[in-house]
Design a protein around this ligand. Structure first.
Ligand SMILES: C[S@@+](CC[C@H](N)C(=O)[O-])C[C@H]1O[C@@H](n2cnc3c(N)ncnc32)[C@H](O)[C@@H]1O
Length: 373
C-alpha cells in the first residue's frame, strides 16, 4: 500500500496522541503569544489532508478549530500549509473552507513544495513573527537541523518534529547511501562518529546513543532546549519514533514538558517515562510496585545534595526541574517528594504555608519555604 494510503487510513492511537500534543501546545503557545504586539504563524511543512479515513481530525484541523474559537487569534494568525501531494493540499483546503464558514481566516497559504535538504535556504520567515512549526515527514528526507534552527530563530518560535527512529536507525546501519540525509540531521562528523559507535551495539543499546547524538546536534546551538517523547510501533513492542520539541525559551520548555508529562506513561511514584504506552502493546501490563526507590529517589538525592542546610522556596525547586530538559521530573514530582520528606523529618516548612493538612492530605504550596535539614 502506498505510504500516504496506509498512513491516512484509520487514525492510530499514536497519531491521535501526536496530534493532541501538537494542538495542546498550540493552545498554550497561542495563549501567551497573542498578547504580543505582532502577528503570529503556524507553519506545517508536511501537513497531510486534514482528516483520516475515519474522519478523525489531524493537527492542522484541530489548530484551525482552536483559532476559529478565538477572535484575537483570528485577527493575528497566519498559516502556511505545505504537502508535496496536491491531493492532500486540496483536501485540507476544503476541510478548512468548510470549518471557516464566515471566511474569517484571511491569511492561509497552501503550497505543494517538496521539502528537501536545502529547503531552509529557500524558506522566508518575516522577522518579528513568532512561529510554531510542525515538521512531520514519513521518514527523514527533508528533516534537517538547519531547517529546525531556521524555524525557531525568531523570538517566541518553537518547533515540533517527527524523528523516525526506526528508519534513521536503519539508515545509520547502511553503507554511505543515506549519508547526505543523515548529515543534514546530525552533521557530517557526528554521522561518521555515530556510525562507528553504533556498529558493535545491540538494538537496545543503540537507541540512547542515537537520541543523545540528536540532542547533541541540536544543542550545538547552545541556547536550544530539546524534549523528546517516544512512541512504540503499532505492530510490536519496539520503538517506532519520537516527537521532538525544540525551543530557545525556558518557559516554552516548561509548558511542553508539562504537556508531555500529561500524555506520558508514569511509574507508581508518578514519574513520567516521556513515552506513550498504547493499548495494543501495553494492554494487561502492570506497573511494578515501588517502595519509593525508583527514579524519584534520585530527585530526593539531588535536592539534598544541592540544598542541605539551606532554605529555598517550593516554587524555585519546581522551576528548576520544569525548565530542565535533561531529567524526567516535573513540579508534581517535586511536591510529592517534599511531602514525603517532611513526613520523614528530612525537611521542615519554615514559612509560606498556612495549612499543613487539608482533607487529610498534606499540603506543599509553591509559596512555602523549605529548610533542608
Ligand atoms: C506523516 S504524513 C503527515 C501527517 C500530518 N502531519 C497529520 O498529522 O495528518 C507526511 C505527509 O508529508 C507529505 N510528504 C512526504 N514527503 C514530502 C516532502 N519531501 N515534502 C513535502 N511533503 C511531503 C506526504 O504527502 C504526507 O501527507
Amino acid at each position: 500500500m502506498p505510504e500516504n494510503e496506509a498512513f491516512f487510513s484509520d487514525q492510530t492511537e499514536q497519531s491521535a496522541t501526536k496530534a493532541h500534543i501538537v494542538s495542546s501546545y498550540f493552545t498554550a503557545w497561542s495563549r501567551v503569544i497573542k498578547k504580543w504586539d505582532c502577528r503570529m504563524a503556524y507553519i506545517d511543512l508536511f501537513c497531510g489532508p486534514g482528516r483520516y479515513d475515519d474522519n478523525k481530525p489531524s493537527a492542522p484541523i484541530q489548530i484551525i478549530q482552536s483559532t476559529l474559537s478565538d477572535p484575537v487569534l483570528i485577527e493575528k494568525m497566519m498559516f502556511l500549509f505545505n504537502d508535496r501531494d496536491a491531493a492532500n493540499i486540496e483536501s485540507l483546503r476544503q476541510e478548512i473552507t468548510s470549518l471557516d464558514t464566515g471566511k474569517k481566516l484571511s491569511r492561509v497559504k497552501y503550497y505543494t513544495e517538496t521539502i528537501d535538504i536545502d529547503t531552509h535556504s529557500r524558506l522566508v520567515i518575516p522577522r518579528n513573527v513568532p512561529v510554531l512549526s510542525f515538521v512531520d515527514p514519513f521518514g527523514y528526507k527533508g528533516l534537517t537541523r538547519d531547517l529546525i534552527n531556521k524555524l525557531i530563530a525568531n523570538s517566541g518560535s518553537d518547533c515540533i518534529f517527527f524523528f523516525n527512529y526506526n528508519r534513521i536507525n536503519m539508515a545509520l546501519s547502511s553503507n554511505t547511501k543515506f549519508d547526505d540525509h543523515l548529515a543534514g540531521i546530525f552533521g557530517t562528523e557526528r554521522t561518521s562518529l555515530l556510525k562507528a559507535q553504533l556498529a558493535p551495539l545491540s538494538p537496545t543499546q543503540r537507541e540512547p546513543v542515537v537520541i543523545d547524538a540528536l540532542i547533541d546536534a541540536l544543542l550545538e546551538d547552545k541556547s536550544n532546549y530539546v524534549l523528546p517523547f517516544k512512541f512504540y510501533s503499532t505492530e510490536m513492542l519496539r520503538t517506532s519514533h519520537f516527537i521532538v520539541f525544540v525551543t530557545k525559551n525556558p518557559v516554552a520548555c516548561k509548558i511542553m514538558k508539562q504537556i508531555m508529562y500529561t500524555n506520558s506513561a508514569k511509574d507508581n511514584d508518578g514519574v513520567a517515562t516521556f513515552s506513550f504506552e498504547d493499548s495494543r502493546n501495553f494492554a494487561g501490563s502492570f506497573s511494578q510496585l515501588s517502595l519509593f526507590d525508583g527514579p524519584i529517589k534520585e530527585l530526593e538525592r539531588a535536592m539534598i545534595s544541592k540544598y542541605q542546610g539551606q532554605t529555598v522556596t517550593v516554587q524555585e525547586l519546581c522551576d528548576e526541574v520544569d525548565c530542565d530538559f535533561t531529567n524526567q521530573f516535573v513540579s508534581k514530582n517535586v511536591t510529592d517528594v517534599l511531602k514525603r520528606m517532611e513526613l520523614e523529618g528530612k525537611i521542615a516548612v519554615v514559612a509560606g504555608r498556612k495549612i499543613k493538612v487539608r482533607g487529610g492530605v498534606p499540603t506543599m504550596p509553591k509559596k512555602a519555604t523549605i529548610l533542608f535539614k
